[in-house]
Design a protein around this ligand. Structure first.
Ligand code: DUC
Ligand code: ZN
Length: 460
């Protein structure tokens, strides 16, 4: 069975092209003007934008599994929501139990995703223990298609020392992979949290104070110093501040290869949300927190001028009732994380393309091409090109709608973007050459497959 997409504007690697595109089996087989329909099913994409399937570089499905702090979205609901929005591949964070092997985490994540995922998926590997045994596992991870890692400089149960971070960067670089870092200074977060609690300041309004911009600045600066000493490219995940961006600029000016991810929440929402009445601020608690309007403007500037490479969601959904409410009496007990896997493409289109900040081609680079390159999937994924996978999004830039929790696929009882008007939506999605979203509704589920990734393809 083949599908011919006619009359669309294709966001090809070299730029937008008005042409037709044919997918046969799982693969793009033809791109060109006026392709004959033959016996292909024809989809008319006149007036629409045709993107390579979007890749979400940062999700947490089934996090804290089996605890009262388990996330609301599991692999079934999270990947279905992703697909509805046009995300055809997610990269989720596998995390070993304390003292356990990387292999054990990889197997756990495979078990959770296999047969349930509606979009394709790969895994980054979180490193929290570091010893000869873990080091020895890296070649096997590479062979199994895991080529990206994450470390934390925050959280008591996750954070690693500078020496470990340095050694992980070096070891992963030898594998041709890349390490991303959660850059916040854990000691300063803990000190500020203790001070605020001692002063009886226990509402969500204290959350951004306990994660001040200086804590990101310091951690980005340190992370990039460790990378400089290691002599290897690194990634910064969920960058949220002007100061963090400036720290990355300084490292790049010294010649370092630095990759930057930000998230829709840092491009569309600000810290005033934490002062909403009635504990509503808890809905926005995530780490790093929402920031100021000045930070938001700086991040957009970074997106516009190509300094920011990827926009992932950090999708980590907790129901307001009862999960966020665990922190009703103490902001520091509010589970940190917000949903977004479904709405990222519409948000980036609305606040980026429709607002005149970026072109559709830049949106393609941020959501498809650069994620695929950095995480070893290009050009099989992330490109509209002959020979690439038939993961394709037909996006309608004319369709206006409002985000609501009531109408979302995400399995969570709110959305931080409630009521926002969107200037376009994902209309049709092909996954490996098959239509799985039509008219904005998911029509086929459970067809996601594991993506075995290769080395990072650095371009900076
Ligand atoms: N931040 C969050 O808000 N949630 C999940 C992990 C993270 O770093
Ligand atoms: Zn995260």
């Amino acid at each position: 069975m083949s599908i011919l997409i006619q009359n669309g504007t294709l966001l090809c690697p070299e730029g937008p092209v008005r042409a037709d595109l044919r997918v046969e089996g799982e693969t793009i087989v033809q791109i060109g003007p006026d392709l004959p329909p033959g016996d292909s099913r024809v989809i008319d994409a006149a007036g629409k934008l045709v993107f390579p399937g979007f890749i979400d570089t940062h999700t947490h499905f089934e996090m804290n599994k089996g605890t009262e702090r388990e996330t609301a979205d599991d692999w079934t609901t999270g990947t279905r929501a992703a697909l509805a929005g046009g995300t055809t591949c997610v990269l989720d964070f596998a995390e070993p139990e304390r003292g356990a092997s990387l292999q054990s985490a990889l197997e756990t994540w495979h078990d959770r995703a296999e047969g349930r995922a509606s979009c394709h998926y790969g895994f980054h590997m979180t490193v929290k223990d570091w010893d000869r045994r873990i080091l020895a596992e890296l070649p096997s991870m590479t062979a199994q298609g895991v080529t990206s890692y994450k470390v934390y400089l925050a959280y008591p149960n996750l954070r690693i020392s500078d020496r470990t971070a340095y050694e992980v960067i070096r070891a992963v670089a030898e594998q041709g992979g890349v390490v991303g870092c959660h850059c916040e200074n854990g000691d300063l977060i803990e000190a500020a949290t203790a001070q605020l609690r001692a002063a009886g300041r226990l509402s969500p309004a204290s959350h951004p104070l306990s994660h001040a911009a200086v804590m990101e600045d310091e951690a980005v600066t340190r992370w990039l110093a460790l990378a400089e000493q290691a002599g290897a490219p690194v990634n910064v995940v969920h960058l949220s501040t002007r100061r963090g961006l400036e720290a990355a600029r300084r490292a790049r000016a010294r010649g370092q290869k630095v990759y930057l991810e930000t998230c829709p929440q840092y491009l569309t929402l600000t810290e005033e949300k934490y002062s909403l009445p009635g504990f509503q601020g808890a809905k926005y608690v995530c780490a790093p927190p929402l920031r100021t309007g000045d930070d938001l403007a700086a991040l957009w500037q970074g997106v516009e001028n190509g300094e920011i490479d990827t926009i992932g969601t950090d999708h980590c959904s907790f129901n307001f009732h009862p999960t966020k409410e665990l922190g009703r009496d103490d902001f520091s007990a509010i589970p940190g994380g917000i949903p977004g896997v479904e709405h990222r493409p519409a948000l980036v289109y609305t606040f980026g393309v429709a607002a005149g900040r970026i072109t559709p081609h830049q949106m393609m680079a941020l959501l498809s091409q650069q994620p695929a390159r950095l995480f070893g999937m290009y050009p099989r994924k992330g490109a509209l090109a002959v020979g690439s996978d038939g993961d394709i999004v037909i996006f309608d830039p004319q369709y206006t709608w409002r985000i609501t929790a009531q109408a979302q696929y995400q399995n969570v009882d709110y959305t931080p973007y409630e009521g926002m008007e969107m200037a376009g939506r994902t209309d049709t999605v092909l996954l490996s050459g098959q239509a799985v979203v039509e008219g904005g509704r998911v029509t086929a589920e459970g067809r996601g497959r594991y993506v075995r990734r290769g080395p990072s393809q650095f371009w900076r």
